[in-house]
Design a protein around this ligand. Structure first.
Ligand code: AKG
Ligand code: FE2
Length: 374
């Protein structure tokens, strides 16, 4: 009958008790003991399997390589990244001979006087969080030479590229076009490669005014390091990337919104575990930025009507090496100071603390930047 055929002890909650009671030697609580013993046996089996896998030579080798790799990456703390992979110490960057054996064209931009007043005053002011401005670090003749080189570079295929933010699809942050200059950017064959329309290969000629500025800006780190030491801070040992950023804002277009150049790694990032470590290493180069050094390369005369000011939320001082005077620039009620980007003007500030923006420019605007790292 249907009633007999559909009776299922398990469905009625009777199956376990029924089966359990059939096992010999199990007294009261025996089932619980059996379940515990079974769980323990399973746990032991799992541990044994894990130990077996761990003791495999291939696994051990893999773990050793991964461990050593993590340590090495941690040690270099970002140096492996392209941003800092060919960085040099301040001493090396200021050396008259480059790593490839060719002679450098750089010279001190801080007009070294016997008493090193400029480098010491700059270091002292930077340590107080101020922005330091020096005028006339390039002569009119050098600026004129630069203008003609920059026009050639801008006209050459591949001479200027979209900035990294625009390349990543973000159009709201900055509008400049850039060229990241390296030693390999300078070659005696540049004129011919630019003329022949090659998109790759060096675009600037060796010994050019641009190379002089690139080398000089990189070697500035050494003067500043000495300046800090003379102010009693010998802990500053600078590291200089192999590259500088040439940036161009075209007439009637440019802006770069408020930002700081350095990156503070928030402690809570560590809560993300391995991904936090990845971010820590990946942003190593930006974390290690210490001083931003900017040099304007266009015409000397730049009235306020041209726009394109560098606006900063920090006190600004202009150092006059003649007469060793410090001029303090007034700040607007909202705490901002404006620095007009006059050609041959050098601007230095702390990469981590000084917030800044580039205002809309009415004129073509050229700047070369080196981020001095620590
Ligand atoms: O060109 C300037 O005046 C500043 C550029 C800047 O802030 C940057 O490249 O991070
Ligand atoms: Fe910046």
């Amino acid at each position: 009958m249907a009633a007999v055929g559909t009776f299922r002890p398990a469905a009625a909650g009777l199956g376990r008790r029924h089966c359990g009671s059939l096992r010999p030697g199990l007294g009261p609580g025996g089932l619980a003991n059996l379940a515990r013993a079974k769980a323990e046996a399973q746990e032991k089996g799992r541990k044994r399997r894990f130990r077996d896998v761990l003791s495999q030579p291939a696994t051990l080798g893999l773990l050793a390589v991964a461990g050593a790799g993590t340590l090495a990456i941690g040690y270099y703390d970002g140096l492996w990244l392209p941003l800092l992979k060919d960085a040099q110490t301040a001493e090396q960057a200021a050396s008259p001979v480059s790593s490839s054996g060719s002679s450098r064209s750089g010279r001190s931009l801080l007009a070294p006087s016997a008493d090193r007043w400029v480098s010491q005053s700059a270091a002292d002011r930077l340590a107080r969080g101020e922005v330091v401005v020096l005028d006339g670090v390039l002569s009119s003749k050098e600026l004129e030479q630069l203008r003609s080189e920059l026009q050639t570079l801008a006209a050459a295929p591949g001479g200027l590229q979209l900035n990294p933010k625009v390349q990543a699809g973000n159009l709201d942050i900055r509008t400049d076009r850039v060229n990241y200059l390296r030693e390999s950017s300078f070659s005696s064959s540049s004129a011919s490669s630019a003329a022949s329309g090659q998109a790759t290969g060096p675009l600037c000629s060796s010994g050019s005014a641009l190379q002089l500025v690139h080398d000089s800006l990189r070697s500035l780190a050494f003067d500043l390091q000495e300046g800090f030491a003379a102010c009693g801070d010998s802990s500053k040992k600078f590291l200089v990337p192999g590259w500088s950023q040439l940036s161009n804002y075209s007439q009637g277009s440019g802006f770069y919104i408020w930002h700081v150049d350095g990156f503070h790694f928030p402690l809570w990032y560590w809560l993300m575990g391995p991904y936090g470590l990845y971010l820590f290493l990946q942003r190593g180069a930006v974390r290690r930025r210490s001083i931003t050094a900017l040099l304007y390369l266009h015409e000397e005369e730049w009235p306020a009507s041209f726009g394109g000011a560098l606006r900063v939320r920090a006190p600004v001082v202009v150092l006059h090496s003649q007469g060793q005077k410090v001029e303090e620039i007034s700040t607007s009620p909202d705490g901002c100071s404006e620095i007009l980007p006059r050609g041959g003007r050098l601007v230095l500030f702390d990469s981590h603390t000084v917030e800044h923006e580039v205002a809309y420019t009415q004129r073509e605007r050229w700047a070369l930047t080196v981020w001095i790292h620590q």
